[in-house]
Ligand binder design. Structure first.
Ligand code: FES
Length: 187
């Protein structure tokens, strides 16, 4: 016997949901499963390869940086500051560890054990992203002797911690590790 689909799709179930709606829900669910199964291969293809990961890290030779000197380089196309602190700067930074700060952090938490004289931070102001001064010879280091952002007047101390001005956070310390006593791999 021929089925009158028009009549069947218009039938109502006990809870008032029409059969036609069930058909739509079933079709959408199937599409959803199909969409999800398509998504997984796409995501796995999008995962960065070993080559890409290696290219996204930067090796920095810190051996030639003298105490009190900084260098400016780049990491993932953004400015990166690498600074070797003097014993006086280390003492000053430690003395301020307990100071009232907007983004409290100790020098030890921002450096590696055994290498507390090497401070590595992004050279990007945490206010609106300008590049602070202080990494190059003769530049204004601000009131706390670290970095100064001239865009709106943020002052960072020798450990790159925000001490004055509108920036909300310390200069970001990227992921890094020492590959040797003098070479640092950032990323
Ligand atoms: S961007 Fe640095 S203070 Fe505004």
């Amino acid at each position: 016997m021929a089925i009158n689909t028009a009549d069947t799709s218009a039938l109502s179930t006990d809870d008032g949901v029409r059969r036609r709606d069930w058909i739509h829900i079933a079709a959408l669910s199937t599409a959803g499963v199909g969409g999800a199964s398509l998504l997984f291969p796409l995501i796995s293809q999008m995962a960065p390869s070993e080559d890409v990961l290696a290219a996204s890290s930067t090796d920095v030779d810190v051996g030639a940086i003298q105490p009190g000197q900084s260098i400016k380089t780049t990491f993932r196309k953004q400015p990166l500051f690498v600074k070797r602190l003097t014993p006086e700067e280390i003492a000053a930074a430690k003395k301020d560890d307990a100071a009232d700060m907007r983004d409290p952090a100790t020098l030890a938490s921002r450096t590696k054990e055994g290498h507390e004289d090497i401070l590595i931070t992004m050279g990007v102001c945490t206010h609106l992203g300008c590049v602070p001064l202080g990494a190059a010879e003769g530049e204004n280091k601000g009131e706390f002797g670290g970095y100064f952002c001239p865009c709106h007047g943020s002052h960072y101390d020798v450990a790159g911690r925000i001490r004055k001005g509108p920036a909300p956070l310390n200069l970001k310390v990227p992921e890094y590790s020492f590959s040797s006593d003098t070479v640092v791999r950032v990323g």
